[in-house]
Design a protein around this ligand. Structure first.
Ligand SMILES: [Zn+2]
Length: 236
C-alpha cells in the first residue's frame, strides 16, 4: 500500500476518487501536510458506491499534536494516513462495519456514532459503542446480493443412430427396441390375410398405388426395388 503526502493549500480541492477530495482527509488542526493511503481512498469510494449516499470523514489524517488533543492512541493509524472515521448518511455504524468486514479491511472499529476503518496489514476489530474498546472477532452480517445466473447454453443435440454409443441408464436397450419393432411389424401382419391392420391402411394404399402389392398376398416377398420404394417413402 502506498501512502502519499499532500498539501492542504496546494492539493485541497484535488479529487482523489469520484467522491473524495484531499481536504476531507486533512488533520482538523489545520496542518498543511496530509498523509493519505491510496488503499484507504479506494476503500472509501467502494463504501460510497455501495451505499450510494455521501460518506463524511470526521477524522482522517492526524498530526501528532492533534492526535494527542483528541485522545487518540499513541500508535494510531490516523497518524500514518491509513485510517478514517466515517459516517454514511442514513446508515447505522454497524452496517458500515459489516460492509467494511465484507471488504476485508485491516482495522475496523465500531463506535456509537461512526465507524473507524484502516488499511493496516494485521487484522484488528473492536467495538467501542459502550465507550470502552472491546475486542471482537469481527462484524459478520453483510450478505452480498445474489448474482443473476447467466443464461445457460442450450444442451447439445442428442447423438442419433450410433450403435457404438454406450446405452444410458434411462434409455432403452437394443433388445427392448427390437422387441417394440417386432411387435409393430406383427401388428402390420395381424390382418386377416388379405387386409392390413387399421393403422397401416394408408401405407397399404400407397403400396397398392406403387404396384408393390395387390392386397392378395400380404405375407408375400418384396423385391429389392419394392423395398427401395418403401424405404424412400418411409424416410420422406
Ligand atoms: Zn479512527
Amino acid at each position: 500500500m502506498a501512502v502519499r503526502t499532500y498539501s492542504l493549500r496546494a492539493d485541497g480541492d484535488r479529487l482523489l476518487a469520484p467522491n473524495f477530495r484531499v481536504r476531507e482527509f486533512a488533520s482538523r488542526c489545520g496542518a498543511d501536510r496530509i498523509l493519505i493511503c491510496d488503499n484507504l481512498i479506494r476503500t472509501l469510494q467502494r463504501i460510497r458506491d455501495h451505499f450510494g449516499v455521501p460518506v463524511t470523514i470526521s477524522s482522517g489524517f492526524r498530526t501528532e499534536a492533534h492526535n494527542r488533543r483528541v485522545g487518540g492512541a499513541t500508535n494510531s493509524q490516523h497518524l500514518r494516513g491509513t485510517a478514517a472515521d466515517i459516517t454514511v448518511r442514513g446508515v447505522a455504524p454497524l452496517a458500515v462495519a459489516q460492509f467494511a468486514e465484507h471488504l476485508g479491511m485491516g482495522g475496523i472499529g465500531l463506535y456509537a456514532t461512526f465507524t473507524h476503518v484502516d488499511t493496516r496489514a494485521a487484522r484488528a476489530r473492536w467495538d467501542q459503542r459502550s465507550g470502552r474498546p472491546v475486542n471482537v472477532s469481527g462484524f459478520p452480517g453483510f450478505a452480498p446480493p445474489p448474482q443473476p445466473t447467466p443464461p445457460q447454453p442450450p444442451p447439445p443435440p442428442p447423438i442419433q443412430n450410433t450403435p457404438q454409443q454406450p446405452q444410458e441408464d434411462n434409455s432403452m436397450t437394443e433388445a427392448q427396441v427390437r422387441a417394440i419393432v417386432r411387435e409393430e411389424i406383427q401388428n402390420v401382419l395381424s390382418g386377416n390375410g388379405t387386409e392390413p391392420s387399421p393403422w397401416a391402411r394408408e401405407e397399404f394404399a400407397a403400396a397398392m398405388a406403387a404396384g408393390i402389392t395387390d392386397g392378395t398376398r400380404p405375407l408375400g416377398y418384396a423385391t429389392r426395388q419394392e423395398m427401395a420404394i418403401m424405404t424412400l417413402r418411409a424416410t420422406q
